[in-house]
Ligand binder design. Structure first.
Ligand code: IMP
Length: 186
């Protein structure tokens, strides 16, 4: 079965492809820009994007929606993470967090998959950690230089290679659940 990941984010595509490849699942990637509805729910956003991707391609597809939720900012930027990354960026987040002692944050990932005309299936993963005081590392993408996962050794995601990051990341967790289901569904 051909399975296509629809995303315009090259960083996500690389992570998801290498994770699934290691689990024996090959995918294609299509950079189609989908309509992202405004919602506080990653599940709702990814499910709608998945329906749209399936309407366009009419073949087994999946999408992933993710975000960074910062406790002191009441969950901001959350589902608006890509917009915030494009506008104020990492420097803007550090400015908002200047002088803040509570730096707790988490990433969430939600994968939505539609193999046929049936319902959309959802899989999610969480990675808890904290926001660094300065950007560190050159790997990964987005907020990676600012995020220090609790399950790690004090390095930011951007200081890890893809394999190290995926072993503990929100996306890695969601993809592993997705892969388990795929193996049964195919
Ligand atoms: P979307 O899922 O395309 O709406 O984008 C989510 C945004 O959240 C990305 O553009 C990044 O800015 C951020 N993001 C999501 N996952 C990660 C990650 O693993 N590392 C760093 N930033 C991330």
């Amino acid at each position: 079965m051909r399975l296509t990941f629809v995303t315009t984010n090259a960083g996500k595509a690389a992570e998801v492809r290498s994770l699934l490849m290691a689990l024996g699942i090959e995918i294609g990637v299509r950079a189609i820009r989908l309509t992202e509805i405004q919602s506080d729910s990653l599940e709702e956003i990814s499910a709608r994007c998945c329906e749209e991707a399936y309407e366009i391609l009419r073949e087994p597809v999946f999408v992933e929606d993710s975000g960074l939720f910062i406790e002191r900012l009441n969950g901001f930027p959350g589902p608006y993470s890509s917009y915030v990354q494009r506008t104020i960026g990492n420097a803007g987040i550090l400015k908002l967090m200047a002088g803040e002692e509570n730096r707790r944050a988490y990433f969430r990932s939600c994968i939505a998959c539609k193999l046929s005309d049936g319902p959309v299936k959802l899989f999610s993963g969480v990675c808890v950690g904290r926001i660094s005081h300065e950007p560190r590392g050159s790997g990964g993408f987005g907020f990676d230089p600012l995020f220090i996962p609790d399950e790690g050794d004090g390095r930011t995601f951007a200081e890890m290679d893809v394999k190290e990051k995926s072993a503990i990341s929100h996306r890695g967790k969601a993809v592993r659940l997705f892969a388990e289901w795929l193996k049964l569904a195919r």
